[in-house]
Design a protein around this ligand. Structure first.
Ligand code: NAD
Length: 299
């Protein structure tokens, strides 16, 4: 018995990295899988791997940020496997550069693949479930780069913070329809992070903490009936750890006795916000708040 016996799931960007691991795990748990990919060869290799292991999978080729491709991906699930139960929005790209040097093309490409790449398949899947009165599961892929802020990734971080907000908002809109929407911030050794972090050392023995397949078991849980009570949440997932993030929350307040502020008084008053909280007023590297980093834990 698998956690997802009889279910049908879509994973976008499932041809390699974290998405490949998710597709394999969902199939191992009994789901039939639609492998969404722009890279047909990589997508087909994953579908072949699943079918060779006795599972069911097909490729839906195309950029998932285009609505017509998103419609085709959902249609593929229904035509090939008769239904849709879960959507894992995983496809992503990087175009890292400091903002001063970033081109409009680098900005737009990242915003489109991540934000429209979440909007389009989720929009189509949610309407499909609502028309049928059927529950559904959506797993979004955010990043600590957006939640905490990473140097050189203003485009990617803005998109990923947007995805965390997207999950929280679409979760509220979908709750009464039995559709859950959660986001993960994964971390793993993939083609994407080799570009960002350089090659990552690994050990031959023991548990490989940064293996991309480590992200998949929690995603399988979020795609299952067992997670029906969890929605609009943002989780960190890496190695053998699952973290729960608290969304932006107000930490301190100053008030002006019931009248509009004079901007000149802030120079004296605003410091209280930082004193109350211990938060530094200067720009900070939020990634230093990570519990686990690829540079301090390798293997
Ligand atoms: N690897 C990490 O540590 C890490 C950290 C935080 C977030 N993420 C996120 O996890 C997801 C997977 O990342 P990864 O590290 O496995 O990357 P990867 O580059 O190894 O794999 C991404 C896959 O997505 C596909 N893809 C890209 N654009 C697409 C599109 N428009 N439509 C369909 N497929 C598309 C690519 O062809 C590729 O196969 C991404 O959203 C990424 O931003 C990864």
């Amino acid at each position: 018995m698998g956690l997802l016996d009889g279910k049908v799931a879509i994973v976008t960007g499932a041809g390699r990295g974290i998405g490949r691991g998710e597709a394999l795990e969902l199939a191992a748990q009994g789901a039939s899988v639609v492998v969404g990919e722009v890279d047909g060869e990589a997508g087909q290799a994953v579908a072949d791997e699943i079918t060779a292991a006795g599972g069911a999978a097909v490729v839906a080729l195309g950029d998932c940020s285009e609505v017509e491709n998103a419609q085709a991906i959902v249609r593929t699930a229904v035509e090939e496997f008769g239904r849709l139960d879960a959507l894992v929005n995983n496809a992503g790209i990087l175009r890292d550069r400091t903002l001063a040097k970033m081109t409009p093309e680098e900005w737009d490409a990242v915003i489109k693949v991540h934000l429209r790449g979440h909007y389009a398949p989720t929009h189509v899947a949610i309407n499909h479930w609502r028309e049928l009165g059927q529950p559904g599961r959506v797993v979004c892929t955010a990043s600590t780069s957006g939640i905490l802020g990473n140097f050189g990734q203003s485009n990617y971080g803005a998109a990923k913070a947007g995805i965390a907000a997207f999950a929280q908002i679409v979760a509220q809109e979908s709750w009464k329809h039995g559709i859950t929407v959660n986001a993960i911030c994964p971390a793993a050794r993939t083609r994407m992070t080799e570009g960002a972090y350089g090659s990552i050392e690994t050990t031959d023995e023991g548990f490989d903490f940064w293996h991309p397949d480590n992200v998949a078991p929690f995603v399988a849980f979020l795609c299952s009936d067992a997670s029906a009570h969890i929605s609009g949440k943002v989780f960190g997932v890496q190695g053998d750890t699952v973290e729960l993030y608290r969304p932006f929350a107000s930490e301190a307040v100053i008030e002006n006795g019931g009248s509009r502020w004079d901007p000149a008084v802030f120079a004296d008053r605003v410091g209280s916000l930082f004193e109350q909280t211990g938060i530094s007023p200067a720009a900070e590297n939020g990634m230093k708040k990570l519990r686990y980093t690829m540079t301090n834990r390798t293997g």
